[in-house]
Unconditional design. Structure first.
Lengths: 193, 193
């Protein structure tokens, strides 16, 4: 865990995912851990903060989440585009060394020692599953409450993203398809009316 | 409807929202029409394409959608940041002239004449509600199938976003909070592995 990681108040945590970044979803159970890519993660509520994430039935990460009811949603940065694509296209079920091959480094957060956090991301959201069997079975759609949030203070400070002044390597990724990502771009501020 | 608007094959339509843009949601019923901003719109499935969108109970747009079961999700562009913020912060219930004040221009798409489309956007998704009363009531979460898709061919061509070579004014918006948006940024392409 690096010196720049700072807790984000839960009531501001929706701002971490509001701009639609691609995420990495990680979970652990019984000594096993996995990380997958999820472009379909989205805010759902402000207070308590909730989010949705779509987790395909073929993923090992989903099995770990269904077992433990806890997971991490984190925002990979520009230098992690290849890592993100790799963990999104390879399954732990077929490739036990997947995380090592992808270059995933795991760390732990105080108070959340059961959860695997991916180093090098811009922000992290610890999530508690709200079981909704119909959504999970019919749509692969998972709903969770955000129970912890952190960000790299070089790019998210005082409740605001500071992409304009931060190192471009700290920008979030936004996935399209077939290995094509976009980094988040220029800031636009409009008047409150 | 301008000359650049071209249909997008439904199987490629998930790519329009995959990078997490802020959206405008529009609907009409009984001669009334409304447009709201929704940052929480997200892909849900590829085939048939589905998406989720969070619609607050206080919005008139939600009432129109619940009545008709059809709506449009569209992607506003950089010059529409102020418009997006305005329709997101004012309710038709309080302000009957809201769309006019915001500068919203409505057009219609052949075969979808019942739906109001917002001019000047980068892409449009015509949606058919899949009724899920528990999600709608408990979470303000709406699930829909995408039944029509179009994009401005100056920025989305042959199934791909072309933000790098297109006019920056055609970039999508990604909302944070308090009038702060980001435009989508630079392209990053990684190797398929």
């Amino acid at each position: 865990m690096n010196q720049y990681i700072q807790a984000v108040p839960l009531e501001k945590s929706y701002r971490l995912v509001n701009h639609g970044p691609t995420t990495l979803v990680s979970a652990a159970s019984g000594g096993e851990q996995d990380v997958m890519a999820a472009a379909w993660a989205c805010g759902l509520d402000f207070s308590p903060p909730k989010l949705t994430v779509v987790l395909d039935k073929s993923t090992r990460t989903r099995e770990l989440i269904e077992r433990e009811g806890r997971f991490v949603v984190q925002l990979p940065t520009v230098p992690q585009a290849q890592l993100t694509h790799y963990v999104g296209n390879h399954s732990l079920n077929d490739e036990p060394g997947k995380l090592q091959t992808a270059g995933v480094e795991i760390f732990h957060m105080t108070g959340f020692e059961d959860l695997p956090f991916v180093a090098g991301c811009a922000a992290w959201l610890a999530c508690q599953l709200i079981p909704e069997p119909h959504n999970q079975t019919s749509y692969d759609l998972f709903i969770a409450e955000v129970i912890g949030a952190w960000a790299d203070s070089r790019v998210f400070r005082s409740g605001h993203w500071e992409f304009a002044s931060a190192d471009p390597a700290l920008r979030t990724l936004h996935y399209i398809a077939g290995g094509q990502f976009y980094a988040i771009g220029d800031e636009i501020v409009v008047n409150e009316q």
